[in-house]
Design a protein around this ligand. Structure first.
Ligand code: ADP
Length: 553
């Protein structure tokens, strides 16, 4: 009990338990394993062994799993263990000790883990008295571990909160800077040109600054409007024929002067010729994607070269976004275009690579004023690429440079021969999986259509309810539905209440709540009302598929 307070962390505490226990019994071979409540598997915080050197705890059917199952302590000779193995209660792993003693660690009669000691030499190393002693002190040990874990969780939550606070402050400071700087330029220089005594050159220079500032402000406003539209699901895609070569040539001509001013060598892949290379895509969006990437490459480089171009490669399912409308309509193409923009600039620190695609996030949190920008370009770029059926990723090394890659499906005009039907491929992927009956309880038509599009990817039969009452009725009529995606805010009867009602007559169906705001309270409420899990809205297609995999496959 004292150790729970005096030790700094769980590992120190388990060390101390091991030492103290060593004063009572032989702990040359000792382990302490805790249940991970999220995965229900056993974690391995402490292990000492004379013979085996396990780095992770085996998946199931160990003696510890048996203790978790029976909630009782066990003192087993080698023969007892062999007997259990024969009966299939445990599976063979590691070297069998001549005697094994394990006790459950319990809090409120719930097993939270197991401690075990074993001997490879001395059959009489542990007696029933030792078993009693260990049982007796396991309560204290459980409490100590429980407290320490709670403390560690709190520390982690605090760190997260501090990090999010830091990000918020950095964001506010940056946005304020991004809007104020051009605004000051406009207001300040407007004042100056009122002065009739300035020369005509100065006048022209000031007007240019005002224009530039206006443009910069407009860019930020455009980005803000775009990201809002994307988030609201209202960004439209206009598909038409688009000559990739012509677009890339145009981009090259457009950005060449800007690169020259910075002394950067802008290069276009020689694959881009005067011949046409037409594909079917949204040309404006492709243009915006490249503009953002090349602009960034120029912005974040001080020397060297920037090269952009493409390669046509065989489709890789992982690098295409099969829930995009374009692919749902046209199927998965056999080829895709892999575009790239490479620079020899400042690069991105490893731990920030993932974050740069987030809204309002810059790689450099500490000093985000050095480079202008609101941290929106890449989020918009990523959203556009995914809408068009592709994916984006980056390889980067600090002070060496970055290589951004993105794919787009290679759809040629009017050509269907090359395409493979999406459903055929997806059926292939999921052919060994059973057909799931899924009820989408959702009042908003767009969200329902979105979920339907995602669920097309798996073998499923879909039912639709637009309010909680309908969901209850459909469940009564179809008790064999496997899964409900339950929206929380629905008319007539809301999601929580509908879940509670359904739970009265169906305990089996998996219910996943779609919580509108990723607030901790919402999630806890969902679980309390009887949902098995929750997903924040807007639902991420990969997260949903992962959850379905977790519960059904
Ligand atoms: P912004 O450039 O407006 O800050 P972006 O969303 O375009 O926003 O980029 C987010 C962050 O990613 C940038 O702030 C920068 O830290 C990093 N980044 C983007 N492109 C590059 C690049 N080519 N080289 C180095 N860092 C980059």
């Amino acid at each position: 009990a004292t150790a729970a307070i005096t030790t700094d962390n769980l590992s120190q505490l388990t060390n101390l338990i091991h030492n103290e226990l060593g004063k009572l019994i032989d702990t040359k071979n000792f382990y302490l394993t805790l249940i991970n409540p999220q995965t229900n598997s056993l974690n391995f915080p402490f292990f000492v062994n004379e013979i085996d050197n396990l780095s992770s705890f085996p998946d199931n059917k160990t003696l510890a799993h048996l203790i978790v199952k029976t909630k009782k302590s066990l003192l087993l000779s080698k023969k007892d263990q062999e007997e259990l193995e024969k009966r299939g209660e445990i599976a063979g792993y590691g070297t069998r000790p001549v005697i094994w003693l394990g006790v459950p660690l319990k809090i409120n009669n719930e097993v939270i883990g197991v401690i075990a000691v074993q001997s490879y030499k001395d059959k009489l190393a542990y007696t029933h008295e030792d078993q009693e002693v260990l049982e007796f002190i396991s309560g204290q040990i459980s409490m100590a571990i429980y407290r320490k874990k709670a403390e560690e969780n709190l520390k982690e939550a605090l760190l997260k909160a501090e990090e999010s606070d830091r990000l918020k402050s950095a964001f506010l400071a940056n946005m304020s800077h991004e809007i104020r700087t051009p605004m000051n330029g406009i207001l300040g220089f407007s004042q100056l040109i009122k002065d009739t005594s300035i020369s005509s050159e100065e006048h022209a220079k000031y007007v240019e600054i005002i224009e530039k500032s206006g443009e910069r402000l407009l860019n930020i406003i455009n980005d803000l409007v775009d990201i809002s539209k994307i988030e609201a699901g209202q960004m439209d895609v206009y598909i038409s024929k688009c000559d990739i070569h012509e677009q890339l040539q145009f981009l090259f001509t457009f950005f060449k002067p800007e690169a020259d001013i910075k002394g950067l060598n802008l290069k276009l892949d020689p694959i881009v010729t005067k011949d046409k290379l037409n594909i079917i895509t949204d040309r404006e969006k492709l243009y915006a994607i490249f503009t953002n990437l090349i602009k960034n490459a120029i912005k974040y480089s001080r020397k060297g070269e920037i090269q952009f171009g493409y390669n046509i490669v065989d489709s890789r399912l992982d690098d295409l976004n099969s829930s995009s409308k374009l692919i749902i309509e046209k199927g998965i193409p056999s080829k895709m275009i892999e575009f790239y923009v490479k620079d020899t600039g400042i690069g991105i620190p490893k731990d920030r690579i993932k974050a740069i695609f987030d809204r309002f996030v810059q790689a450099d949190i500490e000093d985000s004023n050095v480079f202008e920008g609101a941290g929106l370009g890449l989020s918009i770029t990523q959203a556009y690429i995914e809408m068009l059926g592709g994916k984006i990723w980056v390889e980067s090394e600090e002070n060496k440079g970055s290589r951004f890659y993105f794919t787009l499906p290679y759809f040629k005009e009017g050509e269907k021969g090359e395409q493979i039907n999406t459903e055929a491929i997806e059926e292939n992927i999921s052919s060994n999986k059973k057909t799931l009956k899924i009820l989408i309880a959702e009042d908003e038509k767009i969200s329902d259509a979105y979920l339907t599009a995602i669920l097309k990817k798996i073998n499923s039969k879909l039912y639709h309810a637009s309010n909680g009452k309908q969901a209850i009725d459909i469940m009564k009529e179809n008790p064999d539905i496997d899964l409900i995606l339950m929206d929380i805010k629905m008319p007539i009867i809301g999601g929580y209440e509908a879940t509670q009602e359904i739970r009265k007559f169906n305990k089996k169906v998996i219910i996943i709540a779609q919580t509108a705001y990723a607030l901790a309270g919402d999630n806890a409420k969902a679980i309390k009302s009887g949902c098995n899990d929750y997903l924040p809205k807007p639902v991420d297609s990969n997260e949903l598929i992962n959850l379905i995999d977790k519960y059904f496959y």
